[in-house]
Structures are given as C-alpha cells and as structure tokens.
Design a protein around this ligand. Sequence first.
Ligand code: NAD
Length: 249
Amino acid sequence: MLLSGKTAIISGAASPRGIGLATARRFAAEGARVAILDIDADAAADAAASLGKSHIGLRCDVADKSSCEQAVARVIEALGGIDILVNNAGITQPVKLLEITAADWDRIQDVNLKGVLFLSQAVIPHMRARKSGSIACMSSVSAQRGGGIFGGPHYSAAKAGVLGLAKAMAREFGPDGIRVNCVTPGLIGTDITAGKLSDEMRAKILEGIPLNRLGTAEDVAGIYTFLASDLSAYVTGAVIDVNGGMLIH
Ligand code: NAD
C-alpha cells in the first residue's frame, strides 16, 4: 500500500460525487488515516464514517483562518500528526467578466486561493517541525487556458494564483522536507458541473478531448495519491495535468 501508516487532511472532501471524497477513499484504501475537512459539518462526518472508524470528519471553512487553525489542531490531536495535506476545496461561478461583482470576486478568491494559504499556514509549522510533508493543491485547466467550461474569469484568476502560491511554497519549504505540487484537471464529472452540461455541450467538449471522455473524480484521486506518496519523493513545484489531452502544452 502506497500510504501505509500516513495521515492526511483533505479539504472539500464531503461532497458524495466529488474529487475530495474519491481521494479520501483512495487514500484510505492505500492505508492512510484521513481527516475530511469541509464547510458542511454533517456531510464531513458522514463522509468520514463511510470510510471506516479510523477516519474523522470536521467542519472547516478554508476561507477563515481561525477555522483552519482550530480544525488542524483537532486533527493533530485525533490522528497524532499530519503527513499529507490536500488543498482541494473550491467553488466556481459561470459568469462573464463584466458580470463579476466585488462580492463575487471576493468569494471566489477567498475559497479557491486564500483557502490554500490559510490551511497551508495552519499545517506547515507542524510539517516543518517534523521535517517532512507533502502538500497537493487544486488548480484547474481554467488557470492555464484562461477559462475552463464552467468557471468565470475570477475562477481562472484564483486557480492561476494557486499555481504561483504553490510554487512559492515549494521553494520556501523544500529545505524543510516539504513538497508542494499542483493538479490541473480538465472537465471532471462531479456536482460542481452537475446539471449544467447539455448533450450538445458535451458533444462539443468531447471533440476537444483526445481521450474522448470527461474525467472522473477517481482520475484526479490517482494523481493526488501519486503526489502524496513516496513515488513522487523527488517531485516538488510541479503541475500535473489531468485533462485527457484537452490542453497539451
Ligand atoms: P464539489 O462541489 O463536489 O466539491 C467541492 C467541495 O468543497 C464541497 O464538498 C464543498 O462543500 C466544499 N467547500 C466549498 N466551500 C468550502 C469552504 N469555504 N471550506 C471548505 N470546504 C468548502 O466539486 P469538485 O468538482 O469535487 O471540486 C473539487 C475541486 O476541484 C475544486 O477546487 C474545484 O474548483 C476543482 N476542479 C474541479 C473541476 C471539475 O471539472 N469538477 C475541474 C478542475 C478543478
């Protein structure tokens, strides 16, 4: 098993069809104990229970620094330490540039970008003291091509910000044994896109995807598992595309 004896925090992992919960399942199957952090407390508890007894689910709003600090302290108490952090929580909004209000901008930056900063700030001192840790951050193809399918320009900007922030963290904390990497998924079938995709849109999107299918939450979970495990021991500051070839650099 790739994560035997490891402990992991995954943010935004309570949504039943989401990438976070698929990752939690995969981590648990690889031998890790998982803390699911989500803004929805009941869903986080249910998701953790669905994984088995040794996992926990806690409420955490990643956009709130003290909420992150409290949740991380509880995880360290419950699991004894944190080897892996997956900054996965995110929200989107499909609007055009001229429609973005100040409140929309703040909300999208707060969860997608500031959330990565706050949860990382809460976890890194602990990882630094242990001279070891792996952090994986959720960006998006939207950051790379200036728009995905469902994210507005503010979402692209936030996810592009995640790339810069993660690379800066990789530089700063590499000497402390902490690796930081990003994933950039294309279109993945989860609740974030549920009900928004007509048959016509789907056919058009597939024309631009060489592997000729949408991604699954498990496709991304596999990459998070690689980044969390020692298979990627010499990988930091990297960005891994999980997009079926939708964007080939
Ligand atoms: P999802 O909506 O199923 O999951 C997002 C989760 O984040 C939910 O459980 C939600 O409750 C949680 N969340 C929202 N705000 C939060 C907050 N403030 N604090 C803590 N948790 C919060 O969507 P998903 O598709 O599984 O998305 C997971 C991540 O992947 C997001 O960052 C998203 O932007 C990114 N992403 C998704 C796709 C896609 O096509 N689905 C593509 C690229 C990137």
